[in-house]
Write a protein that binds this ligand. Structure first.
Ligand code: NAD
Length: 323
């Protein structure tokens, strides 16, 4: 079998690297494409074939994975006349979209693919770059169940939690629920933590204390380690502009369904404001700097002190670096 991978960025490069190890060991071939050809070079150097367009890749492959910024790019790669996947796929071929996409977009693309006897499945991932690298990664799949079953062996090559959720769009809805929860929690944490620091408690002492409480024992506060506590938002683990795309999709879905989402819209507004500050390429947690500013406090804990605190009380559930 020939397996295609399009989008070799922060997440895609790690997932494709893990997939390629499996493909090598099982005598399958890898074909790659990205608008930045340089992103594909390490794969080509290890024997992967290069495809000059998504269509050329589709002509050569039985199954294709996409890890692209968002709906606009996925639609272009999938359906653009002459160069898109749709013109090149064989009947029965399957495309798994690992990007975080809009449920309405994946349903529209899946319908077009269905007319050609092909399958388009939404398969967004969760685990951040650390999870993509280690393979501790969740994948939530929506679409044709038989295609999922047939190709699960490939998903298992770069994920320890590939799960079928339901019809096309179900994976994207699950992903938006997950990410929206994360950013609403982030907004709440920035609020209470700046209150605590302004109330006179030293940031690391405060963080070590709340981690041991009832909420803390579920390790909610561990998400503050890499960026907020250190005041370090570059390089991005997950860029603000991509996170804003996710929150736009999630709050749009809420509006579409008539669901009031008070905190989520507040989190969304902070992220829009952070974009206006020119932080689009910083990590998505940079939106928390706005609350630090509003509260009039300074939080910048020495990473060595954080490391020592984590040695005293190690993370017990999950990895604080995962997002
Ligand atoms: P990224 O910007 O690092 O990677 C995107 C890749 O797609 C780049 O290599 C880019 O050159 C390529 N690309 C863009 N347009 C293209 C096109 N038209 N044709 C071919 N290639 C194209 O982004 P990322 O952080 O790897 O995220 C990828 C997807 O995964 C996004 O949908 C994001 O929301 C989702 N995601 C990211 C994280 C994270 O922590 N970074 C976690 C979970 C999910």
């Amino acid at each position: 079998m020939k397996v295609g991978f399009i989008g070799l960025g922060t997440m895609g490069a790690y997932m494709a690297a893990n997939l390629s190890k499996y493909l090598e060991s099982s005598n399958h071939g890898l074909v790659v494409h990205d608008v930045r050809r340089e992103a594909a070079e390490p794969f080509i150097a290890k024997g992967a074939a290069w495809a000059a367009s998504p269509r050329a890749l589709a002509e050569a492959c039985d199954v294709v994975f996409l890890s692209l910024p968002g709906p606009k790019e996925v639609e272009a790669v999938a359906t653009t006349a002459d160069t898109g996947l749709l013109g090149g796929l064989k009947p029965g071929a399957a495309v798994f979209d690992l990007s975080t996409n809009a449920p309405s977009m994946v349903r529209k693309i899946a319908a077009l693919f269905g007319e050609k006897g092909c399958h388009f499945l939404d398969a967004p991932v969760s685990g951040g770059p650390a999870g993509a690298r280690s393979g501790r990664l969740a994948i939530w799949v929506g679409g044709d169940k038989a295609s999922f079953d047939e190709h699960k062996v490939f998903l298992d090559a770069f994920s320890d939690q590939a799960r079928y959720i339901g019809a096309i769009g179900a994976g994207s809805v699950a992903k938006l629920v997950h990410n929206c929860a994360g950013y609403a929690i982030q907004t709440a944490l920035a609020e209470v933590f700046t209150m605590g620091v302004k109330g006179g408690v030293e940031p690391l002492a405060l963080w070590e204390a709340v981690r041991t409480g009832a909420v803390g024992r579920s390790r909610t506060f561990d998400r503050l380690v890499d960026q907020f506590l250190q005041n370090k938002y570059e390089p991005p683990a997950f860029a603000l502009k991509l996170a804003l795309k996710d929150m736009t999709l999630a709050t749009d879905l809420g509006r579409e369904l008539g669901v009031p989402m008070r905190l989520s819209n507040l989190a969304y507004t902070d992220m829009v404001e952070a974009m206006g500050r020119g932080w689009e390429g910083q990590d998505s947690r940079s939106a928390m700097k706005l609350q630090i500013e509003r509260a009039g406090v300074e939080i910048a804990v020495d990473p060595e002190r954080i490391k020592a605190a984590l040695e005293r009380d190690p993370p017990t559930t999950g990895d604080p670096k995962r997002s």
